[in-house]
Each structure stands twice: as structure tokens, then as C-alpha cells.
Design a protein around this ligand. Structure first.
Ligand code: COA
Length: 271
């Protein structure tokens, strides 16, 4: 299955590691998110999902998607947010984009945002919809919407409080305060901030750690933790037990146990 060509993003899949990459590719506009970009990210995720179906269920020799990395082209920005050219009250479409962010949140495989440079507004909301955020310590994070007379509308006021609490979320959203990657990490908005010189290598190590794990297990973990956001604990516990029971039936579970007993590295099949 050839990787499709896009106008505003680029998309790659590494067959040996199962790592998919989506790069926001409008560096001259600091990777501002246009409606075309949103559609193309959707299409890229569809392509990964289709690619995955073939690998997981049609028993070919292909590799399932173990992880998707989302990053920005160039060194200046992950993304400066929603393209302000489409940011008009007469364009209601811009206020109806939460489906796009949910698609990332609920994409079966883990999605990692790799942030270098500006990560503002809708760009920050995009990073928040991912499972992990890795940042260069000199990146810049903010919700600047308030200074445009508006507010985060792509899940920012819902996802940020789970990471940094309601008061800090209100402070960032109401003041538009800009914080660097280091502060974002100590606040809990990003998972890891790395020295800028070490960022590419350290981020790659983190991505490999997840990509080296059995994909059905990492997916089940993602799904089960996501359920905890929206459900009472007793429902989540039941969900977790069922997910673990389903994993117990997989080839990867047998392979993990055999590899442990034989003292070798497991060879995950994603089945
Ligand atoms: N939408 C569309 N285009 C944007 C954009 C956005 N959100 N943010 C920046 N750009 C464009 C600029 O118009 C400029 O394009 P041009 O060269 O064709 O004129 C290009 O990106 C570079 O931006 P510029 O402002 O010249 O870069 P800078 O380094 O001086 O400043 C920022 C960078 C991020 C401080 C500044 O661009 C900014 O504040 N952007 C708005 C961020 C924002 O409010 N985002 C919230 C939207 S939800």
C-alpha cells in the first residue's frame, strides 16, 4: 500500500519498527492548521488504519502500526494553532472541529506529539489530544485565544485540567501566558522536556520504547485509560478486566511468556 501524497502534511510508515509519522508541513505559516490540513490528517489516519487492518487481520507479513508520531516541519513551530484566515464568526466550521481531535484521542495506536518551537492555541490542543507530549525545553506553549476575543474550542478547556488542574488551566486560558517546555513539563502539560541539543535523540528513544512493545497491549492500555476519563471506577475496572482477558488469548501474550521463560527478546506479531 503506497503512502498517499498530501498538500499540507507528509506521512511515512517505517515497516521495520511499525512507527508512523505525520508531519504538519506548512513551515512558512508556522504549521497553522487549515481545514485542508485537518482533512489530510484524517486521511492519513485512515491510511494507517487501513494499513493496520491488512497487517493484523489479513495475515500478511506486514507490521501493524505500533505508534504514530505527530510533529511540525521546520524548527520554529509544532503548530501556531488554527489558521486565523479561517477564524471568522462567518465560518462556523472552525467551531466544529472537535471530531478531528477526538479522532486522534481515540486512534487505536498510541499517538505521540513531538514539540519543537511554538505550540499555541489549536496546536496545543492538538498536542493535548495525543497520548504523550515530548518537548524541546525551549519550546513555547500558550492558549492565546483570549487575546483574539475568544477561547480554546477544540477540547483545551477539557483536556488541560486533567493534566494541570482547573485553576492553572483557567490561568493559562484567561491570561494567554506563554510558558517554555521546561515549565510546561513541571506543570504537567507535557510529559518530558529535553535539552534542545538532546531533543531529537531523547525523543526518538522514548518513541522506540513504546514502539518496541506489543501493539495489542499498548492499544488496550490506551483504551482502558481513556475509559477512566469518562466512566465511574467500577465501570472502568470491568472494562479493564475484559481488555486483559482479550489480551490473554493473543499470540503475543504466549510469545511474551515464552520469551521471558527462554530469556530472549520477544518477537511481537500484533496478533
Ligand atoms: N494562522 C495563519 N497564519 C499564521 C498564524 C496563524 N495562527 N500564525 C502565524 N501565521 C503566519 C503569519 O501570518 C506569517 O505568514 P506570512 O509570512 O505569509 O505573513 C507566518 O506565519 C510567520 O508568522 P510571523 O508572525 O511573521 O512570525 P513571528 O516569528 O514574528 O511570530 C508568533 C510568531 C507565533 C508569535 C505569531 O505568528 C503569532 O502570535 N501567531 C498567532 C498565534 C495565535 O494566536 N494562535 C492562536 C490561533 S488558535
Amino acid at each position: 500500500m503506497p503512502v498517499p501524497a498530501f498538500e499540507t502534511i507528509s506521512c511515512e510508515f517505517e515497516e521495520n519498527s511499525g512507527i508512523g509519522r505525520i508531519t504538519l508541513n506548512r513551515p512558512d505559516k508556522l504549521n497553522a492548521i487549515s481545514s485542508t490540513m485537518r482533512e489530510e490528517i484524517h486521511d492519513a489516519l485512515d491510511w494507517f488504519a487501513e494499513r493496520d487492518e491488512t497487517a493484523l487481520y489479513e495475515d500478511d507479513e506486514g507490521v501493524a502500526v505500533h505508534v504514530v508520531v505527530l510533529e511540525g516541519a521546520g524548527e520554529k513551530a509544532f503548530s501556531v494553532g488554527v489558521d486565523v484566515d479561517g477564524f471568522k464568526p462567518s465560518n462556523p466550521g472552525v467551531f466544529d472541529v472537535s471530531r478531528f481531535y477526538r479522532r486522534i484521542e481515540h486512534f487505536p495506536a498510541p499517538v505521540i506529539a513531538k514539540v519543537q518551537g511554538y505550540c499555541l492555541g489549536g496546536g496545543l490542543e492538538l498536542a493535548l489530544a495525543c497520548d504523550f507530549r515530548l518537548a524541546s525545553a525551549d519550546s513555547e506553549f500558550a492558549f492565546p485565544e483570549v487575546d483574539l476575543g475568544t477561547m480554546p474550542a477544540c477540547g483545551g478547556t477539557q483536556r488541560a485540567p486533567r493534566l494541570i488542574g482547573p485553576s492553572r488551566t483557567k490561568e493559562l486560558c484567561m491570561t494567554g501566558e506563554r510558558i517554555d517546555g521546561e515549565t510546561a513539563s513541571s506543570d504537567g502539560l507535557v510529559d518530558h522536556a529535553y535539552d534542545p541539543d538532546e531533543f531529537p535523540d531523547r525523543a526518538a528513544e522514548f518513541v522506540d520504547q513504546i514502539a518496541d512493545r506489543p501493539p495489542l497491549a499498548t492499544r488496550a492500555i490506551k483504551d482502558s485509560v481513556n475509559v477512566s476519563n469518562d466512566s465511574p471506577t467500577h465501570v472502568g475496572r470491568r472494562y479493564e478486566r475484559r481488555a486483559a482477558a482479550a489480551l490473554a488469548e493473543t499470540e503475543d501474550r504466549s510469545e511474551g511468556v515464552s520469551a521471558f521463560n527462554e530469556g530472549r527478546k520477544p518477537d511481537w506479531k500484533g496478533r
